[in-house]
Design a protein around this ligand. Sequence first.
Ligand code: PRP
Length: 188
Amino acid sequence: MVPERIELRGRAFRLFVRRDEIAERVRALAEQLRHDYAGTEPVCLIVLKGAFVFAADLLRQLPLACTIETIRARSYGAAMVSSGTVHIEAPALELRGRDVLLIEDIVDTGLTLQELVRFLEAQQPASLRIVTLLAKPAAHHLGLPLAYIGLQIPPVFVVGYGMDYAEAGRNLPDIYAAEPIAEGQSGL
Ligand code: PRP
């Protein structure tokens, strides 16, 4: 039984995307990618930490001769809104002339991807595309190469399936959305 409502760090969350719907979206994305990247050897670059679960499910459905790398980007810390500053930690990557597929869990303000795209384009890949499981509306005004989107969602704060609230909830198999704070109650 999947719980409809959970609490994380004293905050209430409601079931938002069930694991079977997530699996269906991941399967559809994998099908598109299999088709579009057939015969190529892309570098699949996982944006940590949030995308680790999505990437694990997606990559196991991609029979490509790809290289898998990770890059760390963080801007939220323990808050529900972006700090506005994106910290990037990257290993030495050989991306010149390669087809790069950036794997994200969610695009919210788009700030993280804006910074990552700037950083990666400086390395002159042959192509750079993004696959994200979730995207919020704001993301579409930034001209990002968002080629593959699993699910468009409204501007709600989500956790689970790799995504966290102050580091809690990443291991939930389903995605939950924060309930609005009732009047008179204090926010976090
Ligand atoms: C989250 C998420 C995306 C980013 C999206 O990362 O994984 O990378 O925020 O937000 P944006 O579009 O508003 O920039 P976070 O900074 O929480 O780090 P994490 O992946 O380690 O949780």
